[in-house]
Write a protein that binds this ligand. Sequence first.
Ligand SMILES: Nc1nc2c(ncn2[C@@H]2O[C@H](COP(=O)(O)OP(=O)(O)O)[C@@H](O)[C@H]2O)c(=O)[nH]1
Ligand SMILES: [Mg+2]
Length: 379
Amino acid sequence: MFDFIKKKLKESINSIQHRLAKEEQDEQKEVETKEFREQVDEIKQEKQIIEGKPEKKSAEKSHAEEKHKNNADKHEERPGTKKEIKNAKEHAPEKKKRILSHKITSEDIASIYGDIKEALLENNVAMEVAMAIHKDLEESLIGKEVSFLSNKKEVETAIKKSISDVMFEYSSDRFLSDIRRKKPYIILFIGVNGAGKTTTLAKLINFLQKNNLRVVVSASDTFRAASIEQVEIHTKKLGAKLIKHNYGADPAAVAFDAIKHAHSENADVVMIDTAGRSDINKNLIEELKKVKRVSKPDLTIFIGDALTGNDAVNQARIFDKEVGIDTVILSKADVDKKGGAILSISYVTKKPILFLGTGQGYEDLVPFSKERTAEFILS
Ligand SMILES: Nc1nc2c(ncn2[C@@H]2O[C@H](COP(=O)(O)OP(=O)(O)O)[C@@H](O)[C@H]2O)c(=O)[nH]1
Ligand SMILES: [Mg+2]
């Protein structure tokens, strides 16, 4: 995941680091040369003082005495000179600190952003998300005084924060506590065909059962061939109750029966599997609207295939507008090299991500964390 974005970010951070380091080295060299010249001058002066003016062989005795006296006087001055050198040395670290820092400019940010923008867009990150990251970087970094040693860390931290800020999460702990507040808690799964709805629903049965919650499933995909058998295989394996009708039956009627069953059995959660279509068409929207009207779900989860990038983001936007969604689970994060949908979907829809699907097994469901995701991108 995020392979290309990670590579580009690393290159970009290294290049700004090199540029700043070079600038600072040049400044440092200049200062050192100046200091060196000053020291050479001081040593020359001292040497002259100790040796005196070049001796003339014909000098008179009185002149020699004068010279000796002079030397003695200057000798008294020598500790003063040493003191000055000591003082200069004591002040040197302060000087260094002042010189070895750099104020980040909008040009610096433009250069970082120029590098990563291409990587973001090529990896299916929505344009508005890339722009939000740019704006955030400008706000957090421009004018910031960074030092030679710390600037890489500071730039990295700011990028991490900007990336993390475009994502929203729905923590699995909050999800569980929300479920425990109402019985039965009704969850509706929606998404296009093949997005991973049924597989994700099965993984969630497993997750909820591990948290001691009893689940009833509604086989409301009565549209696609073999869909009822598919969900039945999972519920049998996991030991959850399945309510099913025949193919072609009204999906809303199946959901209604499942909820009734959950009430009578005092079950904790009802999960409604639904059909998708290859495209989001009018029939699908009408069907889902009716299921929603009848089942009155507490949570509507949009399941998107992370591999489809911007398509998943656009589907989420349409499903939200037409049916209404509360949260997102992105499947197939394990095979998604780009990660664009993960970075974009919550910013575009303003709906948080709950889990990422990371494989075909029941355990392959990871609670989403924006911090961990941003950290991973910069790791
Ligand atoms: N690698 C991988 N495959 C997945 C994941 N989730 C679902 N799939 C596969 O995607 C295909 C479609 O899944 P399905 O649940 O039938 O989609 P639905 O039509 O939305 O119900 C199946 O072959 C699943 O095994 C995932 O997180 N990782
Ligand atoms: Mg299905």
